[in-house]
Design a protein around this ligand. Structure first.
Ligand SMILES: Cc1cc2nc3c(=O)[nH]c(=O)nc-3n(C[C@H](O)[C@H](O)[C@H](O)COP(=O)(O)OP(=O)(O)OC[C@H]3O[C@@H](n4cnc5c(N)ncnc54)[C@H](O)[C@@H]3O)c2cc1C
Length: 450
C-alpha cells in the first residue's frame, strides 16, 4: 500500500486509527471460525459518518479495495479481505442515543454491540426484538447488513423488521440519512431497506434507528425431550402459531449430552431432540404450555420455569450449543432454511451424506425451528478442502426446498451458490443495483457476488 494512501487515511481518522502492523492485520484477516483467512494492507477506524465517507472516497480514488468489519462474527467469512484490502472497522461508531420511550426507538452507532443495545433498552424498560448468541460482539451495523435473525425472530421478526432508519456512507463518499421522525413516510424508495441484508456491498451503515418493544409482564419457559424429530416438529407447528410465542428452539440431544459431559451442564430432560419453548404475554401463559403439551408423547416430564433463575438454566442448555460446536476444532457449518415438512427427511439424508464423506464426523442440528431456520454443524469433520461435501449438501438443501442461507448471509463462502436461491433475473437486478452504487466494485468485493 502506498505511503500516500496511509497518510491520507491518517489525515482523516487520526494517526492512531490507521494501523499497518502485520500482526494486527493478520488477526483481523481471519474469520470467526478460524477456517478462512485473507490479507489486508491497512486497518482504519473512522470516528463518524463523515470520516467513513471520506475514507471511502479516498480508497475508491486510489483504487484500493475496502472490506467493512463490524463485530466480525460473520459465519460466512463476510469480513475476510481477499484483495490486500483496507479494512474499515466500525468500532468507533459507538454512540448510543437516549431511548425515546414514547416512540419506542433508539438511535445508535453502527459499531454498538447487541449487548450494549440490549442494556440501554432494558434500562428504559423495553427490549430489542433480535437476540443471538454472539450478542457481546455482533454490532448493530453488522446485524442490519446481514438482516440477522436469531432467538426471537419467531416473535419479533428479523433485524430488518427493527430498522426505523439508517445513516449510510455510500461508495461515492456521500452520506444519506433515512431517519424520519414521523412514523409514516411515503416519498419514494424505501432506501433504508436497501441496505438490509446488503452485506456491506452498497454502503457502510454508520447509524441505525432501532425499534424497541415493551417487555411482556409474564414469561414462561419450558424444555421438552422428544424421541424423534417428527414429533417435535408437530408440536413446534402448534406453538409457532400461538400469539404469545417468544422463542421456539430446537436442540440436538447429542449437543446437550456433550454440554453435560464437557461443561458439567445440568440438562433436566432427556431425549434425542429437545425443544425449548417460551411464551410471553400480559397474562400468565403457563397454562397454555400445559394445554398444548397435554397428551404429547414426551421422553420425560417437561422442565418448566416461570422464574428468571430457572429460565436462565433452561436457556443455558440452548446457549451451550455455541460452545459445544467448537469442542473438536472448527466445524463445517451449514445455515439451512427448510419447510417444516422437509426437516425430518433432510436430517436423515444429510446424516447419510456426512457419513459417506466423513465417517467419523458428528452432525449436530439445532436452531430456530419456528421458521425452519436451522444450523447444521459438522463436528470432527476432517474432510479436505476439495471435498464434495459442501456442494453436495447445498444441493440436498435446495432439493428439500431449502434456502442456501437462512440467516447468516452469503458472505464469501456462499457466493457460488447464490443461484440456488435466486433466479438469474433477481441476481441480474442485484448486480445492477451494485453497479449503480459502486461502479468500480471496490466495496466488499469478496462478498455476495462471484
Ligand atoms: C456464536 C454465534 C451465534 C450466531 N447466531 C446467529 C443467529 O442466531 N442469527 C443470525 O442471524 N446470525 C448469527 N450469527 C452470525 C453473526 O453474529 C451475524 O451475522 C451478525 O449479524 C454479524 O454482525 P457483526 O457485527 O459481527 O458483523 P460482521 O461479521 O463484522 O459483518 C457481517 C457482514 O456485514 C458487513 N458489515 C458489518 N458492519 C457493517 C456496516 N456497519 N455497514 C455495512 N456493512 C457492514 C461486513 O462487511 C460483512 O459482510 C452468529 C454468530 C456466532 C459467532
Amino acid at each position: 500500500m502506498s505511503t500516500t494512501l496511509v497518510e491520507r487515511l491518517a489525515a482523516i481518522a487520526g494517526m492512531t486509527h490507521v494501523i499497518v502492523d502485520p500482526d494486527v492485520l493478520a488477526a483481523r484477516s481471519v474469520d470467526w471460525t478460524g477456517r478462512y483467512r485473507g490479507h489486508a494492507d491497512a486497518l482504519v477506524r473512522p470516528g463518524n459518518a463523515d470520516e467513513v465517507a471520506a475514507v471511502l472516497r479516498i480508497c475508491r480514488d486510489a483504487g484500493a479495495f475496502v472490506t467493512v468489519q463490524g463485530g466480525r462474527t460473520s459465519l460466512v467469512a463476510g469480513t475476510v479481505p481477499q484483495h490486500d484490502d483496507v479494512l474499515l472497522s466500525t468500532e468507533r461508531l459507538a454512540g448510543i442515543g437516549d431511548v425515546d420511550t414514547a416512540a419506542r426507538r433508539i438511535r445508535v452507532g453502527a459499531g454498538v454491540t447487541l449487548a450494549e443495545l440490549q442494556c440501554s433498552a432494558s434500562a428504559a424498560g423495553l427490549l430489542v426484538g433480535v437476540d443471538l448468541a454472539a450478542r457481546e460482539s455482533a454490532t448493530v451495523g453488522g446485524m442490519v447488513s446481514t438482516n440477522a435473525g436469531g432467538l426471537r425472530t419467531v416473535r419479533y421478526g428479523t433485524m430488518g423488521d427493527q430498522v426505523l432508519g439508517v445513516e449510510v456512507a455510500l461508495p461515492d463518499g456521500s452520506v444519506i440519512q433515512r431517519q424520519a421522525a414521523a412514523h409514516s413516510e411515503r416519498s419514494g424508495y424505501d432506501d433504508a431497506s436497501l441496505f438490509v441484508g446488503a452485506e456491506g456491498t452498497l454502503g457502510v451503515i454508520t447509524a441505525v434507528d432501532v425499534r424497541l418493544h415493551p417487555v411482556p409482564a409474564h414469561r414462561v419457559t419450558a424444555l421438552c425431550g422428544f424421541a424423534d424429530l417428527e414429533s417435535l416438529i408437530s408440536v413446534g407447528r402448534i406453538f409457532r402459531n400461538i400469539e404469545t410465542i417468544a422463542a421456539l428452539e430446537l436442540i440436538d440431544g447429542r449437543a446437550a449430552a456433550l454440554a453435560a459431559e464437557h461443561f458439567g451442564l445440568p440438562v433436566p430432560v432427556s431425549g434425542a431432540w429437545l425443544l425449548l419453548i417460551e411464551l410471553a404475554g400480559e397474562a400468565d401463559p403457563t397454562g397454555r404450555i400445559g394445554d398444548v403439551l397435554d397428551g404429547v408423547p414426551l421422553c420425560a416430564e417437561p422442565a418448566v420455569g416461570a422464574e428468571t433463575a430457572t429460565q436462565r438454566r433452561l436457556w443455558r442448555v440452548r446457549e451451550s450449543v455455541a460452545e459445544v460446536v467448537g469442542l473438536f476444532g472448527s466445524p463445517v457449518k451449514f445455515d439451512v432454511s427448510l419447510p417444516l415438512s422437509a426437516i425430518s427427511t433432510f436430517e436423515q439424508q444429510s446424516a447419510a451424506l456426512i457419513r459417506r464423506h466423513a465417517p467419523t464426523a458428528l452432525p449436530l442440528l439445532f436452531g430456530h425451528i419456528g421458521e425452519g431456520n436451522l444450523h447444521l454443524n459438522v463436528l470432527r469433520c476432517d474432510t479436505p478442502q476439495e471435498s464434495h461435501l459442501y456442494p453436495e449438501m447445498m444441493k440436498l438443501i435446495a432439493a428439500h426446498g431449502g434456502n442456501v442461507s437462512s440467516e447468516h448471509g452469503v458472505g464469501s463462502i456462499k457466493r457460488g451458490f447464490l443461484a440456488m436461491s435466486r433466479t438469474p433475473a433477481e441476481i441480474a437486478a442485484m448486480r445492477t443495483v451494485k453497479r449503480a452504487f459502486d461502479p468500480t466494485g471496490y466495496l466488499n468485493p469478496a462478498v455476495l457476488f462471484d
